[in-house]
Structure formats: C-alpha cells, structure tokens
Design a protein around this ligand. Sequence first.
Ligand code: NAP
Length: 454
Amino acid sequence: MIDPATEDQLTAVADGTTEDALSAVGAAAGALAGWAGTPPRQRAECLRRTFELMTEHADSLARLMVAENGKALRDAKAEATYAAEFFRWYAEEAVRMEGVLMQAPSGANKILVMRQPVGVSVLVTPWNFPAAMATRKIGPALAAGCTVVLKPASETPLTALAIASLMAQAGVPDGVVNVLTSSKSGAVVSAMLHDPRVRKLSFTGSTEVGRILLREAADTVVNTSMELGGNAPFIIFEDADIDAAVEGALVAKMRNGGEACTAANRFYVHEAVADEFGRKFAARIDAMVVGPGIDAATDVGPLVNESTRTKVAELVDSAAADGGKVVTGGRAPDRRGYFYQPTVIDQVPPDAVILGTEIFGPVAPVVRFTAEADAVAWANDTEFGLVSYVYTGDLSRGLRVSEALEAGMVGLNRGIVSDPAAPFGGVKQSGIGREGAHDGLLEFTETKYIATDW
Ligand code: NAP
C-alpha cells in the first residue's frame, strides 16, 4: 500500500486467496442461524455500541483514512461521523421490521407477508469513502439478520479492518462480520458468487465493474444491489442566489477532492449569471490549499494514485482542446504525491468529451446555456443517473426540473444529498436499489408470503 501524499510504502496487508474467500463464506454461513435468531433488540444494541465506539475513535479512524486514501483530514473527520451514523440509524431500524396482514380480496383467505434476512451477503466497496461505503452496507445487513463478508478496495483495506475490530469490541459475535483483503478482487468475488451459500451481493464501485458482477451474479441468480458511477450535472438558473450556488458548488465539486460518485461533474450555468458565478467560483477554487491530507490547513489532498491523476490531467487537456478556457488550475503542482491543482474550465462546449466521463478529481467544467429545456436535455444526456443539482429562486421551476431530471436523487438549492436517513441510489446505469433509509434495510431481506385462513 502506497501513501498518496508521499508515494512511500505505507504498510502491507494479507493478500487473500479464493480459499480464504470461501473460508470467510463458511464463517458467515456458520454464524447465520445464530445471528438471524438473535432478538432484534440485541442486534440493535451491538450496532448502537459500534456507533458509540466509532464516535469515540473518530479521530484515529479519520487519520487512517487520510493515510490510505489521501483525503483532507477535514473530509476524513466528516466521513468518520457520517459512517458511524449508519450504525445509529440501523440500530433504530433493526427493531422496525414490519410485515403485512390483509384479507384476500375474494374473502377466501388471509394474506400474511413477512420479511426474512436474505442470508450470507458479500459486500464489495470502493476506495473513495473507505468507512462510509462499508458501514452503509454492514449496518443494514446486520440489522436485517444477515452475516457478511466485506471485500474492501485494495487501496484502502485498513479502515475496514479497524471498523471490524470495533464491531468485535461492540459484541458482534465471531463469523458475523468477516473482512477479506485481497489484490485478486475478480477471482475472490467470483468464487464467492458461485458459492451457493452466498445469497446477496451488495456492490459499490464503477459501472464497468458493476456490469461484470451482474453477469457473474446471473450464474447463481444472486440477489444484487448496485451503487455505481455518476456524472452529476449542476444547473444554475438566472434567478438563483449566486452566492449560495457558489457555496453549494464548492461542496458538490470539492468534497473529497472531487473523488465522489456524487461529485458535480458538469456545471450548466445560465448565460445571464455565468460571468458572476465563474468569477466568484474560480476565486474560491483558486484560494484552496492543496497539500498532504494530514495538514490541518489542507482543503484538497492528493488523488488516490498516479493513474487517477493521469486520467484527470488528460481530461483537462481534452476540454481545452475542445474549446474550453482554463480559468484556474489546469496542472499538477511540482511536488511528490499524486496532487492536482483545483481547476475551473469555462465555456466548455456541450459536446466536449470531458462532460461524458466521470472526472473523479478537482476539476469543474462549466457550460453556458440560455434555455431551460437545453439545460435539462444536456443534463439527461448520459448513461448515468445518480444525482443532479439545481439552483433556482423559483420553487415551481425547481420542482419541475427536479421531476424532469433522470436521477435517483436531486439536490435542490443544496450541494450535498447524503444522509443515512434518506434513500441513496441511482437510476439508469448508476445502479439498482437504494442504501440508507428503511429501503436500505429491505435490500437485505426477502419477502415471504403465507396464504392462510383461520
Ligand atoms: P471499482 O474499480 O469498480 O472498484 C470497486 C470495488 O470492486 C473494489 O473493491 C475493487 O477491488 C472491486 N473490483 C474491481 N474489479 C473487480 C472485479 N472484476 N470483480 C470483483 N470486484 C472487483 O471502483 P473504484 O475505483 O474503487 O471506485 C470508484 C467508483 O465507485 C466510481 O465510479 C464511483 O462513482 C463509484 N462509487 C459509487 C458510489 C455510489 O454510491 N453510487 C459511491 C462511491 C463510489 P480492487 O480495489 O482490488 O480493484
């Protein structure tokens, strides 16, 4: 493992094999009946204690995330808090598993519907939010009565291991949460998906890998939940509060240095306010401090690895070649570590290559528009549909446009949507299913219907 701020070797972790993966599945399968049969209140209390332990250890978890991922300490602390909240939320949800009892319309019998844990669940998570992407799955899985094998990203296994250790301290029994670190992700996940004891795959990562895993899951018809890539549009209308839009844009673009599936990827700004927005936004971006995540003053840490930085630099070059004007940034600073200067590119043509790709870096391309219909059509012109952002002072326009946007989530006059109590997820090729809220709990259950009479 490499520290992205220094390019030095950080540490090494065990490199799990397919045999290790199957023995982790065996441990989860062995613990399933006991955990599913544990009273919901008791399961909830384990989750609640994990929330408390994560809160107590938030600072050290944040520092671990900075070391393995590179993100700014401020972002890492926010993630530690957000990640812990999934355990508090699902501690509350664990005791609210409801069913249905109704009379059949014919009057012949009763319809009784209950929810049961889906079973052993394989959880695969990305490197960009090493804590939250894990807890957003483990929390609801355990609340529903499932046992899990978590395979974290190779870049960021340490946070997952630390959370599993806190879960053991919180009283989660052996075998309920298993963490498999491995550099052979394709082989180990495939082996687990082909094991009949595995009944669920919950994946967060790129759409490209999501497609591969959906094909793999088809072989054994494993239940899947998919949180995939995004290409979020951020639309600013001429009647918006521009200062508020600048604040929202900074959060939506720069949180986690732009390495977020919810990151604003394309800014569509009405011609009448584009100069004012561009000037104020670029000034704030220009003032951001780039440096090692561990420095308290740092706003933007390094990107996760060299290939991510190369991709970001190539996209900026392509936007300039397509006619965009680099207003600030546009280069990598001359220092060790995978840094890239926060960048604003104005007057990007609506068909530029950069607008069709998930940038995953601190780069904001701005496209100018005049007609609402164009902004909506351009925003929807993508295979992705995770989140969209809209800034307007006109509530009816805000709701009309939110309805027309092909996205699972909309930030209306807000630059952030993530909340453990809200259903997070995408439409189109951004995913299947939802995480967070009560919906997230249901993803780890099967519906059982009993026809009866008495
Ligand atoms: P990724 O390359 O798709 O990897 C995600 C996870 O899948 C990692 O654990 C990875 O392991 C594993 N993996 C890679 N290839 C695999 C294969 N053939 N079979 C099984 N597992 C495989 O994504 P990433 O680069 O880590 O994360 C960035 C992506 O995640 C972006 O597209 C972002 O939008 C998306 N994301 C989505 C959400 C959401 O909620 N919708 C949230 C966060 C991130 P290795 O690390 O060993 O390769």
